[in-house]
Write a protein of this length. Structure first.
Length: 289
């Protein structure tokens, strides 16, 4: 499901902003963009996110700014050596212009804030405040997704109601009544007998095959059962996206069988209308956690 949250926080001279965005996804995926000296926090952000969400693609961005003019920066010599070494390797393979200094220092991790004078307690307090603020962002995102979920639920309820209506219309069709099935079966057997003498065994076999092909009541019963199951899932407070996805496949299977067994054009149209609604439902289900 889609959603966006933006939360600001502050501690002493530091100010920060969390931006968390989620889009539809079949599984769980998370990408983080953090300041170089805070990359280690990603290991804590992932489990926090998975506690609240089980499905979706998440993008997390953290902006940190220092309002104190006394903030100091330093060159990460180790990172700089790695960057320059890689650039030398690239130049050996493909001759190119040497990078300018401003380009090198812009690479994440080359320039870091100098926390050498910051005590461990201050660093821990800052990171604790960041994580608490991140949880606020997740709560805001969850609220937005719940609101979207309510809108999607209304759409799905309407689609399930339409499937139920079409199923009942098919059941009421004159072509699916036992008498209509018997009449079609008798006609088909008569046509079969016009070709010559048919043994009783062959006749019984053909009659059984025609009877099975003509009767769609079993498919209609299963569609009714799927409608009940879908409504129950929507009333469940737990994530139901995957289960609804599976259920739409079952809906589609019955609709396909109904179309293949349809004895007249009216019943086939009902089957095609069912397939249309089910396809629309499947598209919406992909947006549900």
């Amino acid at each position: 499901m889609t959603g966006f949250a933006r939360i600001e926080g502050a501690l002493d001279a530091r100010r920060w902003t969390w931006e968390v965005k989620s889009v539809n996804g079949r599984g769980f995926e998370m990408r983080c963009r953090l300041p170089g000296d805070l990359n280690h926090l990603e290991a804590k952000l992932r489990p926090l996110t998975m506690k609240s969400f089980s499905r979706g693609s998440f993008n997390v961005v953290l902006f940190v700014r220092e309002e104190s003019s006394e903030r100091r920066y330093r060159v990460n010599e180790e990172m700089l050596d790695v960057v320059l070494g890689k650039m030398a390797e690239i130049n050996k393979r493909t001759p190119c212009e040497k990078p300018k200094a401003e380009g090198v220092v812009a690479i994440p991790g080359v320039i870091e804030t100098d926390d050498s004078e910051e005590d461990e307690g201050s660093r821990t307090a800052f990171q604790t405040a960041l994580l608490s603020s991140f949880e606020d962002a997740l709560n805001a995102l969850q609220k937005g997704r719940i609101e979207e979920g309510a809108r999607l639920a209304k759409i799905l309820i309407d689609q399930i109601d339409e499937i139920a209506r079409l199923t009942q219309t098919a059941r009421a069709s004159a072509s699916v009544t036992p008498q209509a099935i018997r009449d079609r079966l008798r006609k088909q057997i008569d046509e079969l007998l016009e070709g010559g003498v048919v043994s009783d065994d062959r006749l019984a076999q053909e009659a059984a095959i025609l009877a099975v092909k003509a009767d769609i009541r079993e498919e209609l019963d299963r569609l009714d059962g799927h409608v009940i199951a879908a409504r129950a899932l929507l009333e469940d407070g737990a994530p139901v996206g995957r289960r609804l996805d599976f259920l739409t496949q079952e809906f589609n299977r019955e609709a396909n069988t109904l179309c293949s067994k349809a004895a007249d054009i009216a019943l086939k149209r009902i089957g095609l209308d069912l397939k249309t609604v089910i396809d629309q439902m499947r598209e919406q289900v992909q947006n549900i956690e």
